[in-house]
Design a protein. Structure first.
Length: 248
């Protein structure tokens, strides 16, 4: 079991990495991290500028929604994170990231799923990245953040969250996740990058075709498949996989 102090430090560093990677401005966005043994997740406090963020601004929350150890209010998106962990933690999801990064938010505001147009996408996402359906007026009034989380789960119903670690919330922005908060941030960085490329490609040619399935499968399988050969081999004869390595 990871200590709450360690988890808060990890989540703090991941939130600050959003700034380093130019995925947020002002107080936009948030990162959380989840400890499955205690059933507690830690998330950034609401409205605190990134320049002022300290460990004390990392708020611990039970999956029930109960805040357990701070005077600070957690992010307004806390209920969305809570719903995602409730459904995806058994798949190994331990970090969730929400940003309003420019190009991914453009795609979300268009209300479109993102097809896989090339191998940069295929190296991180197994095919199309979904976009949620519109919330009803009643859902918005009853529990906007909760139903946002439910809409993400519904959009992902036929997908493995480890192989498609992101979704767009229509009119809003992207959510990404990973096996750690750090990996969630990396998936957010890649998502922003491929959204920018997709927008530029659609300007040049609105009829661009998605990547062939055979190439998509090859790039996914060489990195994540049973016989994966991307990366280096550890002393235990297991591939060493690092998001900090070169893509090729």
């Amino acid at each position: 079991m990871e200590s709450i102090h360690e988890l808060k430090q990890e989540v703090l560093e991941a939130n600050l990495a959003l700034v380093t990677n130019k995925l947020v401005i002002s107080t936009w966005g948030n990162v959380s991290g989840y400890d499955p043994e205690s059933g507690i997740f830690v998330i950034k406090a609401s409205g605190v500028p990134y320049s002022a963020l300290r460990e004390e601004h990392m708020v611990a929350v039970e999956l029930s929604g109960k805040i357990i150890d701070t005077k600070y209010r957690p992010s307004s998106d806390t209920n969305t994170h809570r719903i995602i962990y409730s459904h995806f933690s058994e798949k190994g999801i331990r970090g969730i990231v929400h940003t309003h990064s420019q190009y991914a938010s453009i795609w979300a505001q268009l209300g479109r799923a993102l097809p896989c147009f090339g191998t940069t996408h295929a190296d991180y996402f197994d095919g199309e990245i979904p976009c949620t359906e519109e919330l009803t007026d009643d859902e918005i009034l009853e529990g906007y953040e909760k139903y946002t989380g439910i809409s993400i789960i519904n959009a992902m119903r036929d997908k493995d969250p480890l192989r498609v670690p992101a979704a767009f919330v229509i009119h809003h922005g992207p959510f990404a996740w990973g096996e750690t908060p750090e990996k969630g941030v990396m998936n957010s960085v890649v998502l922003e990058y491929i959204c920018k490329m997709a927008i530029m490609m659609n300007i040049v040619d609105p009829n661009i075709r998605p990547l062939r399935e055979a190439i998509l499968r090859k790039h996914q399988d060489r990195k994540y498949g049973v016989n994966a050969y991307y990366g280096q081999i550890s002393k235990s004869n297991q591939p060493i996989k690092s998001d900090k390595q070169d893509k090729e």
